[in-house]
Design a protein around this ligand. Structure first.
Ligand code: ZN
Length: 182
């Protein structure tokens, strides 16, 4: 498959799998906007041009949040894309707090490409939690979430300076924006 073909197929697959799902913010945006944002941030901020990494970004939540499987991704998009998605997929059988603890622990052990994907994912999540907060989240919960992303990002440093700088800027600006942060 050509690089552009791969990207279109990945976008189509992700859009199909996430159909009916919405983001947690007030506007109820379609979920697919998030993986598109993550891929866009990799390109625009990170300067990433590797189509398989970008396809993995488009697909990064399909195994965690839909009934898609890693085997399916391997068949449709190849082993490298499937492995990248596996590296950024939480084990949903574990309780949420344990999954969050493991993300911090595992981040330094994943591949450089998966670290870039995770950096981009955390940038997008910080921007969303600051600018389009999930319904029902208190300021304290938003601050705790941002502080957790910083611990995950700590383990992803050293692979893409522009993504790191963008994350640091968004985090600092975000924390300033949320009332109640000392
Ligand atoms: Zn994500």
């Amino acid at each position: 498959m050509s690089d552009t073909g791969l990207l279109i197929e990945a976008m189509k697959f992700a859009a199909g799998r996430h159909s009916g799902q919405t983001r947690k913010g007030r506007a109820g945006e379609p979920y697919i906007n998030h993986p598109i944002d993550v891929a866009d941030t990799l390109v625009r901020v990170g300067g990433v041009t590797d189509a398989e990494v970008l396809a993995a970004a488009l697909l990064h939540d399909t195994v965690e949040d839909t009934d898609a499987t890693l085997d399916q991704l391997a068949t449709l998009f190849g082993d490298r894309v499937s492995t990248l998605v596996a590296e950024v997929t939480d084990d949903k059988s574990l309780p949420k707090e344990e999954r969050k603890r493991l993300q911090v622990l595992h981040a330094p052990t994943i591949s450089d490409e998966a670290k870039m994907l995770k950096l981009s994912d955390k940038i997008c999540n910080v921007v969303d939690v600051v600018g389009k907060p999930p319904l029902g989240w208190t300021d304290q919960r938003r601050i705790a979430y941002l502080e957790w992303t910083a611990r995950v990002v700590h383990g992803c440093r050293g692979v893409n300076q522009r993504l790191e700088e963008c994350y640091d800027m968004e985090l600092t600006a975000g924390l300033k924006n949320i009332p109640g942060h000392a």
